[in-house]
Design a protein around this ligand. Sequence first.
Ligand code: IMP
Ligand code: MG
Length: 169
Amino acid sequence: MPYLSEEELSKIVSKVASDINVEYAGKCPLFVVVLNGAFVFGSDLIKKVTVDCEVSFLRVSSYRGTASTGEVKEMMPVGTDVNGRDVILVEDIVDTGRTMGDIKRKMAEAGANSVKICTLLFKPEAFQGNYKVDLVGTEIPDRFVVGYGLDYDGLGRNLPSLYQIKPKL
Ligand code: IMP
Ligand code: MG
């Protein structure tokens, strides 16, 4: 049984997109999709966004298995100049919040006019950040999930629905 089915995910993505369409009316935001995990969400989201926008990608790596290493490595920088732009960071999941905190700070340092975080999933019980997670698809409990772009040690990104990994008994 999926934790969130394709249909449920689609409804969640539509809601996030319509919030963006209202909030960014008349602006031309720059979506920065955080690879690898957010590529499926980012692709579905962008198709439902109706305001003029640009899309770029940033690749970071911080996870091994199901536990955070606490290390955020920038593997592929944003190819578009973020100076003066209204940046929307697109992420699959905000867990401890270290990854997004780090990227948000870097975007502000690079001169972005505004930086908002848009995440499909948010684990409030695990969050340790001192910043606002602006656009949240849905909150989930502190359990590891896989599918819809999210992986477990590289596998499972291709699953169209989202699944919770059962803890070891
Ligand atoms: P944070 O820095 O602890 O917020 O971790 C965020 C990153 O860890 C996300 O971009 C994911 O790549 C990964 N991550 C955190 N929780 C999960 C999960 O439940 N499933 C898959 N990846 C996860
Ligand atoms: Mg990620």
